[in-house]
Design a protein around this ligand. Structure first.
Ligand code: ADP
Ligand code: 5GP
Length: 189
């Protein structure tokens, strides 16, 4: 009665939709929620810390870990490899709290195959125009990287109906409330 089941949540959405911003705010409002640190072969951005933002790996090291079966899922995204290490999932789930994987659509479906009880949540930008403004406004990408991310966005958004829930990130506070309600709904199921 009234129990909370630790749940594996996958959050996806196009680059610039606001996943990172929303998840950070969500964790202030739901402090028990764990977050995995992914591995990637892309270069660190200014301010990103190895082991906190990502595990930044060389192409060879990433491939070695793929071959060793160390990833729960991995995918090529915007020209770089990104993946979730099994060690991240097992250690953080063992702590008994729910866990969020902020990963792309290809990775999301791999997780669902492996963990059928995982809940997939898609973060949708209000429009492609707003997405473009947010990506430019973030100031982290080259013009070329922005074009690549926008080109991939439509393809990713077309898969949103295969997710369990879709949250439109229009107003940040409102979207965070909705995301929190989605999380709590599934934790109580
Ligand atoms: P993602 O993690 O999906 O790539 P970010 O969280 O980095 O996206 O957000 C992209 C940019 O949009 C950031 O500059 C962020 O501050 C801004 N942003 C995020 N959510 C909103 C929102 N609801 N309204 C306005 N700007 C937002
Ligand atoms: P960024 O380079 O902006 O940090 O991330 C680009 C995209 O990579 C994000 O949209 C995110 O969903 C995806 N991503 C980040 N980590 C992982 C991961 O571990 N696995 C997969 N499949 N995608 C990831």
């Amino acid at each position: 009665m009234g129990g909370v089941t630790p749940t594996l949540f996958v959050i996806s959405g196009p680059s610039g939709a606001g996943k990172g911003t929303l998840v950070a705010l969500l964790r202030e409002r739901h402090p028990g929620l764990g977050l995995t640190v992914s591995a990637t072969t892309r270069e660190p951005r200014e301010g990103e810390v190895d082991g906190k933002s990502y595990y930044f790996l060389s192409d060879d090291e990433f491939k070695r870990r793929v071959d060793a079966g160390e990833f729960v899922e991995w995918a090529e995204v915007h020209g770089h490899a990104y993946g979730t290490l099994a060690s991240e999932v097992s250690s953080k789930l063992a702590s008994g709290s729910s866990l969020v994987l902020e990963i792309d659509v290809q990775g999301a479906f791999q997780v669902k195959e492996r963990f059928p009880d995982a809940v997939l949540v898609f973060i949708m930008p209000p429009s492609l125009e707003v997405l473009s403004e947010r990506l430019r406004g973030r100031g982290t990408e080259t013009a070329e990287s922005i074009e690549l991310r926008l080109a991939n966005a439509e393809r990713e958004m077309a898969l949103a109906d295969r997710y369990d829930d879709v949250v439109v990130n229009d107003d940040l506070d409102r979207a965070c409330d909705e995301l929190l309600a989605v999380i709590e709904k599934h934790e109580r199921n």
